[in-house]
Write a protein that binds this ligand. Structure first.
Ligand SMILES: Cc1cc2nc3c(=O)[nH]c(=O)nc-3n(C[C@H](O)[C@H](O)[C@H](O)COP(=O)(O)OP(=O)(O)OC[C@H]3O[C@@H](n4cnc5c(N)ncnc54)[C@H](O)[C@@H]3O)c2cc1C
Ligand code: FES
Length: 288
């Protein structure tokens, strides 16, 4: 493993960069923020991600993909939930331990030029928050609205949301004094939101579990609004080589659809590009 930053695509694009562990901060009962100090800054756009792995003698066979929450200088932050071996290893990092960060990877969410004058509606569920949080922090305007759905009040990263997000919870427990949350689906909260009942054209961006993305896409397209979704597919390499991350997209060919690599052609797709009836139905490929 190299101990200096190297370019994955010679001449441009992502770099593979060693990074030192700074801290894991608990943002809610289930969400941790990992801060890493990269050996050099890695500029990125909202929605891009990085492949993380342990550095040293015992890395995982496959790096794990994570949306980039924020950077400040050479410090890069991620927001994650422990679900398996890789994320457990991240949560157990100790001072002095090193990781490798390959990034920035993938296509970002639309920028303000693409958005034009349309107000933006952000809908995030769980660990789908980082790319949309970054979009709002860097590009958000007063008319843009943001909705976040979590499991319960304890699961909500209230400090990170900083009062700028409308919140929903599956269960109305552990809601801190002074905070408010709708009980029910975040898509219900957004669909009923008073400021969204007019006829203004809008652009919706979403990231979270597949059922959430399907519901957001159906709602937005039904309203005649543009919609972009970020798909958190299982990944092996992160840059188009292994074909372990394919998603079904519309295609002009005979079959009407084809497999697109989520890491290279996504993870952000226009909602109408995705073949939703095929997506999420087939078993997901397994990577070790
Ligand atoms: C572009 C992208 C951005 C992502 N951003 C984030 C993020 O910001 N924060 C975050 O917590 N997670 C994010 N993920 C998901 C994250 O990559 C997985 O949670 C992680 O790889 C799990 O690794 P593990 O070794 O802990 O779990 P594993 O041991 O590999 O798996 C444990 C369980 O998690 C499931 N799982 C693994 N990967 C995924 C996945 N991609 N989608 C759904 N279920 C999965 C497995 O099926 C299994 O049930 C992102 C994924 C992608 C593709
Ligand atoms: S993760 Fe390897 S091709 Fe996408």
């Amino acid at each position: 493993m190299s101990d200096t930053c190297i370019s994955a695509t010679p001449g441009s694009g992502p770099i593979s960069c060693p990074a030192g562990f700074i801290t894991n901060v608990r943002e809610s009962s289930g969400l941790l923020r990992l801060d890493l100090k990269l050996d050099q800054p890695m500029p990125f756009l909202p929605g891009q991600f990085a492949m993380l792995n342990l550095a040293g003698e015992r890395p995982f066979v496959f790096s794990r993909p994570f949306s980039i929450l924020a950077t400040e200088g050479a410090t890069m932050s991620f927001l994650y939930r422990v679900v398996g071996r890789g994320t457990a290893a991240m949560a157990g990092l100790k001072p002095g331990q090193r990781m490798t960060v390959l990034g920035p990877l993938g296509n970002p969410f639309p920028d303000l030029k693409a958005v034009g004058g349309r107000p933006v509606v952000l809908v995030a569920g769980g660990v789908g928050l980082p790319p949309l949080h970054n979009w709002l922090t860097r590009l958000g305007r007063p008319d843009d609205l943001a909705f976040f759905g979590g499991r319960d009040g304890g699961d909500i990263p209230w400090d990170l949301l900083a009062g700028r997000w409308q919140v929903s919870v599956d269960r109305a427990v552990d809601i801190p004094t002074g905070q408010q949350a709708y009980t029910g689906l975040v898509t219900e909260l957004a669909a009923q939101f008073p400021a969204l009942q007019d006829d203004r054209p809008r652009l919706v961006m979403s990231c979270g579990p597949v059922p959430l993305l399907k519901a957001v896409a159906a709602w937005a397209l039904d309203r005649g609004w543009s919609c972009h979704v970020s798909l958190e597919e299982h990944m092996g390499c992160g840059y188009g080589a292994c074909k372990g991350c394919v998603v079904p997209v519309q295609d002009a060919g005979a079959d009407g659809w084809r497999n697109a690599t989520c890491c290279q052609e996504g993870p952000v797709f226009a909602a109408e590009e995705i073949c939703w009836d095929r997506y999420g139905a087939a078993p997901l490929p397994t990577v070790g």
